[in-house]
Design a protein around this ligand. Structure first.
Ligand SMILES: [Zn+2]
Length: 252
């Protein structure tokens, strides 16, 4: 298992294989959201030191989820959309590895790191900022004007001109590229350009929940065939559970 490096923080992580117990967590969760994603990361990330996942930048949080699904053999992201112009269905598909490689953080001369950890100064101005964190998203979910509150939390002083705010946002984007955003794609039929919204966290949790949902049928098939207790079946790595379940089904 090779250690993987998060693009913004440089934190290195490894993942353990998900077990049936992890799949039960996914399958029983009422929705795919950041609280579920954080629970999953806390269980599956193996690291020498304790990691506060909520303190990661949103960029690193999204990257970590893409790396988590890659560790489970899932590299391609796919979405089926309908072209709004010609009405033809089309598939948008790309590799998460390529996507991460194309969205590496850039150094930018317009910012300087400040003494306060995590804070940057916009060069030649009194404006300073920090990068949005996963915990900001958690705390602001459901807020009516979450964007204004995010600016209030991440940018100083309180009143910044629109032009300077745009410079701050450009600098943030360079230091920690948004992986959840609108992607520009072109219809292969009529060449119409359209935007497809990618929310990495929603995509990954929905997909992992789908992968996990066979866990109850698997336990049933294995228990009926091999008479192992539920606790032992749920402790198996997913790969092995799927193989035993397949054997049990073919023997039935
Ligand atoms: Zn079209």
């Amino acid at each position: 298992m090779a250690a993987l490096r998060l693009p913004v923080s440089g934190l290195t992580v490894e993942f353990r294989s998900p077990t049936g117990a992890d799949d039960v967590l996914l399958a029983e969760a009422p929705a795919g959201d950041w609280p579920l994603a954080l629970q999953l990361l806390e269980r599956l990330v193996v690291s020498d030191s304790e990691v506060d996942f909520g303190a990661l930048t949103v960029s690193d949080g999204d990257a970590l989820l893409l790396l988590l699904r890659r560790a489970q053999g899932l590299d391609w992201l796919r979405a089926s959309v309908m072209c709004p112009d010609c009405g033809e269905p089309m598939e948008v598909a790309f590799s998460a590895g390529d996507y991460l490689a194309h969205n590496e953080p850039q150094t930018t001369e317009s910012v300087v790191a400040l003494d306060e950890p995590g804070w940057f100064g916009l060069d030649g101005t009194d404006v300073s900022f920090r990068l949005p964190r996963v915990r900001d998203l958690l705390e602001l979910s459901g807020w009516e004007d979450s964007r204004a509150e995010l600016v209030r939390r991440c940018v100083r002083p309180a009143r910044v001109s629109a032009r300077r705010l745009r410079l701050v946002e450009e600098a943030m984007e360079a230091l920690a590229p948004s992986l959840s955003r609108e992607l520009e794609v072109r219809c292969p039929e009529c060449r119409h350009e359209l935007n497809v919204e990618l929310d990495v966290q929603l995509y990954c949790t929905a997909e992992l929940r789908l992968v996990a949902r066979s866990v109850f049928e698997d336990v049933h098939a294995i228990a009926a065939s091999f008479h192992w207790p539920e606790r032992e079946i749920l402790a198996l790595p997913r790969e092995r559970r799927l193989r035993y379940a397949e054997l049990a089904r073919s023997a039935a």
